[in-house]
Ligand binder design. Structure first.
Ligand SMILES: *Cc1c(COP(=O)(O)O)cnc(C)c1O
Length: 373
């Protein structure tokens, strides 16, 4: 029996909500493209997963080299040192923090802790793909609010609330659109949400915001007991491969989330690197500066090529191009990996992550060649 016919036979073993899940499509790994196209890995530019082009904090790297000797030991299931660091940096109580295997884990823990079959979950059209995934896995129903100018329509969210609504996901900035909700609009929305609905505010890109735009939501936690703020070490901190993120919330919500958390969900290397990274403010500042410069470089380059794009507050930008799928294939052939976003209902767009100056230049150069040919 072939693997696929076995699959169709065995798929009946999973309930309908699991069978209906469309698997997450990540950025193509460099090694995979090298194999497919017969390219050398060093000739490939990957601008597909919003990773930090500077890598990680050099201080974190040194700490990791030491930590490797402890790998035979189980990690600290309470992430004591990291908890202390996060608690001090963000001025929250240690038991207001839940750690995750990436912030995706936080999103999933929220779904597992607060949802049951038949509940409704609200999120935006073009919002981060993990929201529908965790909703579906919990057997809940996703309610998609149409976007306005690619951004979240929070008035639309308010109108979509029903007695069945249990969870709301808000990405700010959102990926893959890069759109940002103003603090006033967001706070006004939170005031309108009934207290029996949990709001997960996903702030994966907050470190890329300028001072004026930075989130103040942590200060709002006292006022909104139903608010969960999710943060990650995968983006500006450059630790995507280690998988570590956290949620900040009322201690009672943290207690519930911790009940469904795997005891050792954050590995020991991740804990060490995240703790040190959090204190390396210089590295985050450099990452921010490289992103600002790269964003100008790429958006100016796109404009020069006559392409429109969605102004972005993240470390990526989605641009519009005729026949996006063919352009993506042509970029891949030349060793440039960007992200198609057709699965986000944006079939005419490609998303490019901001890289180093030379990587951005290579992307623009190859794109220009493709558009001219
Ligand atoms: C990248 C991203 C994350 C981070 O995921 P991790 O699991 O922490 O790597 C979370 N939310 C959004 C919107 C993202 O784009």
């Amino acid at each position: 029996m072939s693997d696929s016919s076995k699959l169709s036979h065995l798929s009946a073993l999973a309930p309908a909500n699991i069978r209906a899940i469309a698997p997450y499509q990540g950025g193509k790994p460099i090694s995979e493209l090298a194999r497919e196209m017969g390219l050398n890995e060093i000739d490939i530019v990957k601008l597909a997963s919003n990773e930090n082009p500077l890598g990680m904090s050099p201080k974190a790297q040194m700490a990791l080299e030491e930590a490797i000797y402890e790998i035979a030991r189980y990690p600290d299931g309470n992430s004591f040192a990291l908890r202390d660091a996060v608690s001090q940096k963000y001025q929250v109580k240690p038991d207001q923090i839940v750690f995750g295997n990436g912030s995706n884990d936080i999103l999933e823990l929220a779904a597992r802790a607060f949802l049951t079959a038949g509940d409704e979950v609200i999120y935006s059209q073009h919002a981060f793909a993990v929201y529908p995934l965790v909703t579906q896995a919990a057997g809940a129903t996703g309610i998609i609010v149409p976007a306005v100018d690619f951004g979240h329509d929070l008035d639309g969210f308010s109108k979509a609330i029903t007695p069945k609504t249990k969870l709301i996901f808000v990405a700010n900035p959102n990926n893959p659109t890069g759109t940002l909700i103003s603090k006033a609009v967001l706070k006004d929305f939170l005031q309108k949400v009934p207290k029996n609905i949990v709001v997960v505010l996903d702030e994966a890109y907050d470190e890329y915001l300028s001072v004026a735009y930075k989130s103040e939501a942590i200060k709002w936690l006292a006022e909104f007991e139903n608010l969960i703020i999710s943060r990650t070490f995968s983006k500006a901190y450059g630790l995507a491969g280690l998988r570590v993120g956290f949620g900040l919330m009322h201690t009672a919500l943290a207690d519930l989330m911790n009940r469904v958390r795997q005891p050792f969900n954050v590995n020991s290397l991740a804990q060490v690197a995240a703790t040190v990274s959090l204190q390396d403010e210089d590295f985050v500042e450099r990452s921010y500066a490289v992103n600002q410069a790269g964003m100008s470089q790429i958006t100016q380059g796109l404009t020069k090529l006559g392409l429109s794009f969605i102004p972005s507050f993240g470390n990526f930008v989605s641009f519009k191009v005729t026949n996006a799928s063919a352009v993506n294939q042509a970029l891949l052939k030349q060793g440039v990996i960007v992200r198609p976003v057709a699965n986000y209902e944006m079939p005419d767009y490609l998303r490019v992550s901001i890289g180093l100056f030379s990587e951005n230049a290579r992307f623009l150069e190859v794109l220009e060649q493709i558009l001219k040919s």
